[in-house]
Design a protein around this ligand. Structure first.
Ligand SMILES: [Zn+2]
Length: 109
């Protein structure tokens, strides 16, 4: 599922809102803490123009990371990975936005 919009319940008196959430492509759960997630991609196939495509996944670190490797039939070195916490900044920069990376929390797992 990767990233999808889901309805988030608001407090009494406020309307529910659609929120983008990252889902783990192994266990299916929402990745609530970006510090405990990764985004990974594997090589796909060439499209009709000959351009190379990539399969994109969001996953929890640890057991889900290893499980996705087993499911894909690859070892962990075949996955190209980045910390999920960096994805918003990466997207913003690629979309011409200027943002500061404020994450200074210790890595988990
Ligand atoms: Zn998971």
């Amino acid at each position: 599922m990767g990233i999808a919009l889901i309805w988030e319940k608001r407090t009494k008196g406020q309307e529910d809102i659609l929120c983008p959430k990252a889902f783990c492509d192994y266990c299916g759960e929402v990745i609530e803490d970006a510090y405990k997630g990764l985004y990974v991609w594997t090589r796909g196939e060439e499209d009709l123009t000959g351009a190379e495509s990539f399969n994109f996944h969001t996953i929890h670190k640890g057991a889900c990371d290893r499980g996705l490797c087993r499911r894909l039939g690859v070892d962990s070195h075949a996955l190209l990975t980045h910390e999920l916490r960096d994805l918003p900044v990466f997207l913003a920069r690629n979309m011409g936005l200027e943002v500061e990376h404020v994450g200074d929390r210790e890595e988990t797992e």
